[in-house]
Ligand binder design. Structure first.
Ligand SMILES: [Zn+2]
Ligand SMILES: [Zn+2]
Length: 220
């Protein structure tokens, strides 16, 4: 049978392993349980907060050199252990820098879906949180293609000076956006808006990139 003892603080009977040592040499066991001990100590520290702070500061002032030497000696003696701890902490905090969740190192290259070539990340445009879908070369080709399509969607009767004015007056940090995309999708159906003044609006760069030519009827 396991030895038990009553705690004189919380008055409950607990197994002897729940009590700390009062004097190890003489085999004396604490009269209060570990839980009460730590709770009491915490309460005492909270009550004497200012006093403890003052004493600590006074002690440091009086023994500055010795304390500094102690710390330096400890660091010197435990160099490897401290380095290992730091490394472990770094690996937890910056896991994303060392590799992804599966421990794999992130790819340095990406296959461009347009030209099919495995290219380095620097050969793609940087986007807000990732890199462009197509490589720089293909993105530019796509832009040329897109400009041609936009030109095709500009009716000959519309006021081109008016459109130029909208582009000229574009505020800093904003894109000129087609409300109905020139080539886009509304509710799953392909649409083709006109390149006319009343189909143009200013949109912040972030909003425009998140729109991605996919809108719903309610957005109009
Ligand atoms: Zn207790
Ligand atoms: Zn490409």
């Amino acid at each position: 049978m396991q030895a038990k003892r009553s705690c004189c603080s919380c008055k409950t009977v607990k197994p002897i392993t729940d009590f700390g040592n009062r004097c190890k040499k003489r085999g004396l066991i604490s009269s209060t349980c570990r839980a009460c001990n730590s709770a009491n100590a915490k309460a005492w520290r909270e009550k004497n907060k200012e006093e403890i702070k003052r004493k600590k500061a006074a002690n440091y002032e009086g023994n500055k050199e010795a304390i500094k030497a102690n710390i330096a000696a400890y660091r010197e003696a435990n160099k490897e252990r401290i380095a290992a701890m730091r490394r472990a902490r770094y690996e937890v905090k910056y896991a994303h820098r060392l590799g992804n969740k599966n421990g794999k190192v992130p790819c340095k290259t990406k296959i461009c879906p347009a030209c099919g070539i495995d290219k380095l990340r620097k050969e793609y445009f940087k986007k807000l949180t990732s890199i462009s879908y197509l490589c720089k070369v293909c993105t530019n080709l796509h832009a040329v293609d897109r400009n041609r399509k936009v030109r095709n969607r500009t009716p000959p009767w519309c006021d081109k000076a008016e459109i130029a004015k909208i582009y000229r007056n574009r505020p800093e940090g904003y894109h000129v956006d087609h409300i109905v995309p020139v080539l886009g999708i509304i509710d799953g159906r392909p649409v083709s808006g006109l390149h006319v003044p009343w189909n143009l609006q200013y949109l912040s760069a972030t909003d425009n990139l998140s729109k991605q030519n996919r809108i719903t009827e309610s957005d109009l």
